[in-house]
Design a protein around this ligand. Structure first.
Ligand SMILES: NC(=O)c1ccc[n+]([C@@H]2O[C@H](COP(=O)([O-])OP(=O)(O)OC[C@H]3O[C@@H](n4cnc5c(N)ncnc54)[C@H](O)[C@@H]3O)[C@@H](O)[C@H]2O)c1
Length: 352
């Protein structure tokens, strides 16, 4: 009775509720439902190089993508190529080894390549792709040194070929929201940024020995994330690192890293990085400013389930690894790239 005075007109007579922009999966469902011709229907031919952990994620997103036609898969593991052709029912995809890669580069139907082979192979593949006027979606890092990466961007610029260094976190909805809100001044002048990045599961030694080391393989994500939030590059960087895992020490790498950075604006940043985290893929971001704080916490697959016990309340574990934690970000990343190729995206000048 007490709330009867608040009765509203029938919802059928009021403006319909709209999904929040954060619910990207539902918004995509609405687009699929309406079959609106938002994107050009010109099909984009693609060749995927490397079909390991990262390549499989991109393959998963490209199979059945209405804009992509997977024309080639290039990998030297011929036995795996056989299996994946059957597993994904890739009747019209040509599977070749890196010795035969020219076939993919010379095919005029290939519009872009996805480079997800080991880091040391990127420079050569990207160079060849640019020389053949193919757009390039390349896993990070695109080369082993700053000079080589800068040279590839220069080549791409001269050839007018899009080249994306695929930093998937930029496409994660929660991080994007923090970044955009920081840029809109919601926390005022930024004082500190903290990134926690602890890997899971521990990668194989085989992978680590060709990964380029933890700074190139992992810290690049954290550095890119901080730079993209702040919109500026650091003026001072300090790093401490240890190898607590003997096998990692034996291959001259480190597994535990602390990085601090100072920026011209006065902001400070800290990265806490580890190769192994036993409770899952711990990925957090916090931005502290004069007006408040914004943070993106971990996510877990069973966010809505809790167990209540006499002495504790237990929640479900966080996501185990990048393939699940960033599943949606990888989808957005490849969609963004295809938008660029089809002229549906305009560069944000403020994008550091
Ligand atoms: N953005 C991310 O979240 C993310 C995650 C994992 C890996 N990566 C990046 O992806 C790249 C690959 O890493 P991964 O973990 O998938 O490695 P991986 O070892 O799982 O897979 C690499 C694959 O490339 C194949 N390969 C080797 N040489 C090749 C060549 N010349 N041409 C074509 N294929 C070749 C191998 O046979 C293997 O199948 C690395 O640069 C890494 O930094 C990015």
């Amino acid at each position: 009775m007490a709330t009867k005075k608040y009765v509203m007109p029938s919802p059928y007579t009021r403006p319909r509720c709209q999904p929040p922009k954060e619910d990207v999966v539902y918004i995509r469902h609405l687009e699929d439902l309406a079959c609106n011709q938002k994107h050009s229907h010109v099909e984009l031919g693609v060749a995927i190089f490397g079909i390991g952990r990262a390549g499989t994620i991109h393959l998963t997103n490209l199979v059945g993508n209405r804009r992509a036609n997977i024309l080639y898969i290039v990998d030297d593991d011929t036995e795996k190529l056989q299996r994946l052709k059957v597993y994904w029912n890739l009747k019209n995809t040509v599977c070749i080894t890196s010795k035969q890669q020219d076939q993919a580069f010379k095919d005029l139907k290939v519009n872009f390549i996805v480079c997800a082979s080991p880091t040391f192979t990127h420079e050569n593949i990207v160079k060849q792709a640019i020389a053949h006027k193919k757009a390039v979606f390349c896993e990070k890092p695109i080369a082993e040194t700053i000079e080589k990466a800068a040279n590839l961007y220069e080549l791409a610029r001269k050839a007018k070929v899009p080249l994306l260094s695929a930093f998937n976190r930029r496409f994660d909805a929660s991080y994007k929201s923090v970044r955009d809100r920081v840029r809109e001044g919601e926390v005022g002048k930024v004082l500190t940024v903290k990134v926690c990045s602890r890997d899971s599961p521990l990668p194989s030694l085989e992978y680590l020995s060709i990964s380029g080391g933890i700074f190139h393989d992992c810290a690049v994500h954290d550095i890119d994330q901080i730079v993209s939030v702040l919109g500026e590059y650091p003026i001072k960087v300090c790093a401490l690192a240890c190898s607590n895992i003997p096998e990692i020490r034996d291959i001259n790498d480190v597994d535990t890293v602390a990085i601090t950075m100072q920026f011209g604006s006065g902001a400070l940043a800290a990265i806490d990085l580890s190769r192994q985290c036993v409770y899952g893929y711990d990925q957090r971001l916090e931005v502290f400013g004069e007006k408040g704080m914004l943070k993106a916490e971990n996510r877990c697959p069973m966010q809505n389930v809790q167990q209540f016990l006499p002495d504790a309340i237990k929640a479900s574990p966080i996501y185990y690894s990048f393939a699940s934690r960033y599943q949606e970000a990888y989808k957005q990343e490849i969609e963004h790239f295809m938008d660029v190729l089809q002229g549906n995206y305009f560069q944000d000048d403020n994008y550091c």
